[in-house]
Design a protein around this ligand. Structure first.
Ligand code: ZN
Length: 1070
């Protein structure tokens, strides 16, 4: 489904999951926040990205597929590497002694790995042991967990098993690992039919620590004995005083309320019409979650969290013998069970005729409701899983149809102007049966049928006429580049492979198959060459879509009263519950509420904390990770070169200073960037330009980057053009960048209009789904120039600008078009340009002449004149009101202004505050899905934020209590060491070579020297309790002078303003 499934992510990991998990799973926990390794990257499309390396080429369009050319890479005729030297092997007799039988083994050249499938003899547990030279080791254990109803059992269980276990009897070992390990990945996902627990680390000792905590958690969790864990993570009645109203609380309950506040999710859920497990929501429907009993919950764990029902994955350069040894300690404790038979996923038989579903979603009262309908067509493609070649061909077809702005289905839908933006994820093949979904949002009531007809008529036309050769070549190139570069960003490669393998393995198919793309790819290429693309793709469109009766059309209507009505229904239920209770019952419930809170707020005893294994400071390198970097000069332009092994890919960033841009042009910058890539030049239509990018490169993207610079008034603001290509196409890459910068014509009014409505729709979506990002941007805007700029290009101001612009495009097009031209003139010049190149020595040298030619073609202008911007936004507290059932609450202040001087200990302290004080109070006892703080060391802004939060003022009180928390804090050496190690884990976040080169460039732009990095590291390593105490004043400054911004429901804002008159200025945004 793209379905509802929906990505349930905490803010910090959301970016990752969205890209790599195809919105299938609920990734509930957080990855760490890298504070030092990278300056917070500001770009209009994602204001708060906490991934550990810059998300490569992430654009709004990549939602269509991981094959989006700009989301990914290009082709590589690179010679295949020599077969890897022998990796350590497990001898058969050793495996047998440990209780495992080797089932099969293969060397997989695509990932240069030796993979062995074992079976644990006693329980039948299956283990894939993958050995290679990747230091970023990955472990994962996956259970088939098909739910029977929408009570959210699998999801609540996923949260709960990480709340303490037999060997690790503390409240949340998971949080202890977040605090004190070097993990490069730590999270858990609930899919519609499986639950997945992955960890990763480059440090072997740390890796095995993580594995042991996870194994103990899934097999021996405390949550099956401890009702309070179920209450906390799932749901419970809360009653603080018998005179008050009863409310529902629970982390998953609130998380899912947030999910069900978003129209796209409701749409995805409605598309899942099935009488199998896929017909219910594994995440939990907030209306159904309170039906779940503790007994059912325990039974589900007993039945499905059993080795017989598990699939286990190990990957990396560690000793495969040790893997089996660790596993045998756990698996040997079990006998075999029937779980694996009982958890088998049954396929949905195909419908004999199409069906239609009409749903409503909570809408604001603003705007013309008639134009806010959505419609999506969904087809279940097959009654059984497809073979790999068909799947690959379908993936390819999907890219052809929707993968780039030039792809015909996407292009025709958007050009029709029947709606604002596209919904539906195209082909989804992560579940048992693949499906295809496509539709539009922002559709007028009267145009719904037109959208449906346009989808089918376009597909019919494409089936009849086929695709043009350039399009085929561009898609092929993009997909090949992506497969070969295998650039998973900050997501471990081994995890990406695991998820691919599991996608089949979980259905009892061959786990090796999905890792081997070379043969099906070559077969597909030769079929296209021999038979022509039409005879390859047309039958697929006909069979799977046009002649497929299993079609579910979902129509969504905006309902401005829905949010209030849902709220009222919930209240009514709760009133009935209260009415049915006796005085004794109420007293008992009040006491239970207090007991739960007391338990949540009582710290774990030191003995329990000590059980979680940790490294010692001796295990930590004393120096920061070194990235080779040379600063040179080519024909007057500064060039940074990073000599790193990149497997024959060249990565480049061409960066231009935006200092001389007029203030009023700022909000046009994101649309300017999009226009560069999607409008076409004098000689090429935008379709041809896009295809050329796809054929010759691994992708090009353009976006603004803005950050404060510590100690300076003026922000650092640049436009970044990012590209990559195989060594043989370096010249093509720079030629293409040159024509994008200089030849693109800003003349296509109709296309520009589409960009505006798409961006507006996207911003509205973000407001509902990532309100914390909008709140953070708004606070930053009130506090510094860089924040103000970013907000103009991606915050609430940007949304307001887009709304006005939408009206203006028709009347003022000449004006707008010349403003775009003016941006080009003020930004793109040789002065103020910097070029960054990451590749191996040979390709760096090869690139020099090409760069030199590129530089000579850049326009020269008079010395860049800096424009003074007048940037203040009113500093009042602000409530951004939207139709939602959960809030996002922020408070921030500049602590440098309050006299704080940067010391590396600040990284340790703010991480500690997030993982203890805020986690316990905002999430665990407050019931929010997340609460954290962030310190932007460049600007000095320290901000608190919550995510999907049932509270508002109460959360602010928690923030304000941070000073007292620090004042009273007692911390023993072990805890302190863990906090330091966890911080180093963030600082040393694992990066692929392109990310290393990119980070190094950002440090250069922001004036962060190697000496400073070394000094900060030493400060981190020597952090003491005294530093925590010294931080108290900074926290008091946030309390006293901080500005508050909340994205919240009208009811909660009203209540807050009643409680504290005129506290919030109200800004109705949706
Ligand atoms: Zn969750």
């Amino acid at each position: 489904m793209e379905r509802v499934a929906l990505v349930r992510c905490l803010p910090c990991s959301s970016a990752l999951c969205r890209t790599y998990l195809n919105s299938h799973s609920h990734a509930c926990r957080r990855s760490s926040i890298p504070l030092l390794s990278l300056p917070r990257r500001r770009r209009s499309s994602r204001l708060l990205t906490y991934s550990s390396s810059p998300p490569y080429f992430r654009t709004s369009s990549n939602r269509f597929s991981s094959f989006s050319p700009r989301a990914v890479l290009s082709p590589s005729p690179s010679p295949s590497p020599p077969p890897s030297p022998g990796f350590p092997q497990v001898k058969d007799e050793v495996a047998l002694k440990l209780g495992f039988q080797k089932v099969s083994e293969e060397f997989i050249p695509e990932c240069k790995s030796k993979a062995v499938l074992f079976r644990h003899i006693k329980t039948g547990a299956q283990v894939m042991s993958v050995s290679n030279d990747d230091e970023n080791k990955v472990f994962g254990i996956v259970f088939r967990t098909p739910p029977k109803d929408s009570t959210g059992i699998p999801h609540i269980l996923e949260h709960s098993v990480l709340c303490g276990s037999r060997k690790y009897p503390l409240k949340e070992p998971f949080v202890e690992l977040l605090k004190g390990s070097l993990h490069t990945f730590l999270n858990a996902f609930t899919y519609p039919d499986r639950t997945c627990y992955p960890v990763a680390s480059t440090n072997t000792k740390d890796f095995y620590n993580l594995v042991d905590v996870y194994l103990d958690a899934v097999f021996f969790p405390r949550c099956v004995e401890d009702f309070q864990i179920f209450q906390q993570e799932g749901w419970h009645f809360e009653l603080n005083d018998p005179s008050e109203d009863i409310t529902y609380k629970g982390v998953v309950f609130n998380e899912m309320k947030g999910v069900y506040s978003q129209p796209d999710n409701i749409l995805g859920r409605a598309a899942q019409q099935a009488n199998t497990t896929y017909g219910v929501d594994s995440g939990g429907d907030p209306r159904v979650i309170p039906k779940l009993t503790f007994e059912e919950f325990k039974e589900f764990h007993r039945k499905y969290y059993h080795p017989s029902n598990s699939r286990i994955w190990f990957y990396g350069n560690d000793d495969p013998n040790e893997r089996l040894r660790i596993l045998s300690e756990y698996l040997d404790l079990f006998d075999s069970s029937l779980a694996s038979d009982e958890s088998r996923i049954e396929p949905q038989t195909l419908f004999s005729k199409p069906i239609r579903i009409v749903e409503t979603y909570p809408a604001g009262e603003g705007g013309d409701l008639k134009k806010k309908h959505m419609v999506c067509l969904n087809w279940l493609l097959s009654d059984k899983p497809l073979d790999l070649e068909t799947e690959l061909t379908l993936g390819f077809l999907n890219h052809l149809l929707l993968g780039t702005p030039a792809s015909p289905l996407r292009k025709i839908l958007l050009e029709s102007r029947l709606g604002d933006a596209i919904v539906g994820g195209g082909v989804e093949d992560e579940l048992l049966q693949p499906q295809f979904s496509i539709g539009m949002k922002g559709v007028s009531e009267d145009d719904i049928q037109k959208v449906e007809e346009l989808v089918t008529s376009t597909l019919r036309k494409l089936a009849e006429e086929g695709f043009d050769t350039d399009a085929i070549e561009a898609s092929m190139n993009t997909i090949e580049f992506s497969l070969r570069e295998n650039n998973t960003g900050s997501f471990p490669r081994g995890l990406s492979l695991m998820l691919q393998s599991i996608g089949k393995w979980i259905y009892d198919m061959d786990p090796f198959e999905p890792l081997k793309y070379e043969k099906p790819l070559q077969d597909l290429k030769s079929r296209i060459a021999k038979e022509g693309s039409k005879s390859v793709f047309s039958p697929l469109i006909e069979k799977f879509v046009l002649n497929n009766p299993h079609q579910v059309t979902v129509e969504m209507q905006p309902d401005p009263e829905k949010a209030a009505r849902d709220e009222a229904t919930e209240k009514q239920i709760l009133q009935k519950v209260k009415a049915s209770m006796t005085t004794e019952d109420l007293a008992e419930l009040t006491q239970a509420t207090q007991e739960l809170r007391l338990k949540q707020e009582t710290p774990d005893p030191p003995e329990a904390l000590k059980t979680v294994p940790s490294l010692s400071l001796q295990d930590i390198p004393k120096e920061p990770i070194h990235v080779p970097s040379e600063v040179g000069n080519i024909n007057g332009v500064k060039v940074l070169q990073h000599d790193l092994f990149t497997n024959d890919v060249l990565y480049t960033e061409i960066v231009f200073n935006m200092n001389s841009l007029k203030q009023e042009l700022l909000p046009l910058v994101p649309l300017f960037c999009q226009s560069l890539l999607e409008m076409g030049t004098k000689d090429l239509t935008f379709v041809q330009l896009n295809q050329l990018i796809g054929r010759k490169t691994g992708g090009i993207s353009v976006y603004p980057f803005t950050s404060s610079v510590r100690g300076k008034e003026d922000p650092c603001s640049h436009m970044v053009v990012r590209g990559k290509a195989m060594a043989g196409h370096i010249e093509d890459l720079y030629d293409l960048v040159n024509s994008i910068l200089q030849d693109v014509q800003f003349s296509d009014q109709q296309r520009f209009k589409q960009f505006v409505s798409q961006s507006r729709a996207r911003m509205e979506n973000r407001l509902r789904g990532s309100g914390h990002g909008i709140a953070a941007a708004r606070m930053d805007a009130k506090l510094n120039a860089a924040g103000w700029m970013s907000e103009k290009m991606g915050g609430l101001s940007y949304l307001e600008f887009l709304r006005t612009l939408e009206e203006r495009v028709d009347e003022d097009w000449d004006d707008i078009s010349s403003s775009l031209e003016e941006i080009r003139k003020s930004v793109f010049s040789k002065q103020g340009c910097l070029i960054n190149v990451t590749a191996d020595r040979k390709n760096l040298v090869n690139a020099e002449k090409v760069v030199s030619k590129f530089v000579d073609l850049l326009p020269t202008s008079s010395p860049v004149a800096k424009i003074a911007w007048n940037f203040r936004v009113p500093s009042a507290n602000e409530a951004i009101v939207i139709p939602t059932q959960v809030n996002y609450v922020g408070k921030a202040a500049n602590i440098y202004d309050a006299g704080y001087q940067l010391n590396g200990s600040a990284y340790v302290i703010s991480k500690y505050i997030s993982n203890t004080w805020l986690w316990d109070r905002v999430r665990v006892s407050g019931g929010a899905y997340g609460g954290f703080c962030d310190f932007d060391t460049h600007s000095g802004v320290f901000s608190f934020l919550s995510y999907r939060d049932p509270n508002l003022l109460k959360t602010l009180d928690v923030y304000d209590g941070t000073g007292d928390f620090l004042r009273e804090l007692q911390i023993d050496d072990d805890t302190l060491t863990k906090a330091i190690i966890g911080t180093i884990g963030d600082v040393d976040a694992y990066q692929l070579p392109d990310a290393k080169g990119y980070s190094s460039m950002l440090r250069y732009l922001l004036g962060i020297t190697e000496e400073e990095r070394q000094r900060r590291r030493e400060e981190i390593l020597s952090t003491s309790l005294k530093d925590f105490k010294n931080f108290t004043d900074a926290m008091e400054a946030v309390k006293d002078k901080g500005v508050v911004v909340a994205v919240a429901s009208p009811e909660d804002v009203d209540a807050a303003n009643k409680d504290r008159p005129d506290f919030f200025q109200v800004n109705k945004a949706l």
